[in-house]
Write a new protein. Structure first.
Length: 233
């Protein structure tokens, strides 16, 4: 799986993703993350890639040409990549989208800055407009990092067998049950008895109940959906 991140801040993106699990996955060659600096494709010696918007209004817009050239630079080396533009005006990113994307060989993540990017180049190259939530960030770098992280962990081999269990609960449509590690007692609070019992059936039952309770309390929308789906079975 190859991620090509088109950005004005390649160091920001790489410094986050080179750590921890994604960093190890890169070292092992399971994923490849390449940040391409759009400024390298500026058509002027000052490295300017933005300009005022036609029609007026506050803020600057990224120009079409450097974005297009950065895209072409990647596109020459890969066949038919999905091009995801990070924007609050996109489809909401979720686990299902992460799963779908994990099957691709190459993904281009396009990060805008300032007030966004000239619409003409977006129309030419973007296959998916993607938002990470209903709020506005200063740029697409954090969303691109989030997506690269969420998709990478679904690539076979990226998570060790210990870690892979962690995502299974979300697949069920429920939030994760609470977990505990040593010591058995912390500031007078004990680990739930059932987890020390060694009785696997009871532990599983307890965890499922806890997942249901937690989901009902924190995400009633997910809980409703879960109950509806499981009533129909
Ligand atoms: N860029 C700025 N805000 C964003 C958001 N919420 N999702 C994706 N890209 C963005």
């Amino acid at each position: 799986m190859n991620f090509h991140i088109l950005t004005l801040f390649p160091d920001m993106v790489m410094s986050g993703l080179k750590e921890s699990i994604t960093g190890r996955a890169m070292e092992k060659g399971l994923i490849n993350i390449n940040a391409i600096n759009i400024r390298d494709f500026a058509g002027n010696k000052y490295g300017h890639v933005d300009d005022y918007t036609y029609g007026g209004g506050a803020g600057m817009l990224m120009q079409a040409e450097p974005v297009y050239k950065a895209y072409k630079f990647v596109e020459e080396t890969v066949t038919k990549p999905r091009v995801l533009y990070m924007t609050p005006q996109g489809k909401r990113f979720d686990q299902k989208m992460a799963e779908e994307l994990s099957k691709e060989d190459d993904i281009i993540l396009l990060c805008g800055h300032y007030e966004g990017i000239d619409e003409r180049v977006l129309d030419m190259i973007v296959t998916d407009h993607v938002s990470i939530g209903d709020f506005v960030l200063t740029g697409g770098e954090l969303p691109a990092m989030m997506i690269a992280d969420a998709v990478s962990r679904l690539v076979p081999g990226v998570l060790g067998s210990d870690e892979s269990a962690v995502y299974e609960s979300f697949y069920d449509g429920l939030l994760e049950y609470p977990q505990y590690t040593r010591p058995e007692e912390f500031m007078g609070v004990k680990v739930p008895e059932v987890l020390l019992s060694g009785h696997h059936k009871n532990i599983e039952k307890w965890r499922h109940e806890q997942a249901l309770l937690r989901t009902k309390e924190r995400r009633p929308d997910l809980y409703e959906k879960y109950v509806k789906e499981h009533d129909n079975k």
